[in-house]
Design a protein around this ligand. Structure first.
Ligand SMILES: [Zn+2]
Length: 142
């Protein structure tokens, strides 16, 4: 693996999931009513964007990290929640790659985009969670 690929992989860091098996009477409130079986909550989620200059152009270098907390009534849902987590990882990677792909003529333009991305990140994260819910579960409970 060359150094550039390695650096690109490190832009998304998903911590080891924190797993809790809880009773079916607790699951709905813990999952905010979104599931009666299992859910994953992403905590300590952050996006850090910096601007870097290369050959007179500026681009956003984004790093993101999150800690998944998995709650379920039985360990048999681990595999299913892992599929959701893989989708989230893919969405985050796609997003930081997309941010990195845009080139700016000035440091100010780059900073404006970087700040906008950091501000929008909580809603981006919600969008990624809706995407994986639709993809794996076929429906959304609100
Ligand atoms: Zn699911």
């Amino acid at each position: 693996m060359n150094a550039i690929v390695f650096a690109a992989l490190l832009t998304v860091q998903i911590a080891k999931p924190q797993l809790s098996i809880i009773s079916s009477s607790q699951i709905e409130s813990v999952c905010n009513g979104k599931s009666e079986l299992a859910c994953t909550m992403y905590r300590e989620t952050a996006l850090q964007c910096d601007c870097i200059e290369h050959s007179g152009k500026w681009s956003v270098q984004a790093h993101t990290r999150t800690v998944p907390y998995m709650y379920m009534i039985s360990p048999r849902f681990i595999e299913h929640e892992a599929l959701h987590m893989a989708d989230i990882q893919q969405s985050l990677q796609h997003y930081v790659d997309e941010l990195a792909a845009a080139e700016f003529q000035s440091a100010d333009d780059c900073s404006a985009r970087a700040n906008e991305a950091m501000r929008q990140f909580p809603s981006k994260m919600r969008e990624f969670q809706l995407d994986t819910t639709l993809r794996r579960d076929g429906r959304i409970r609100r």
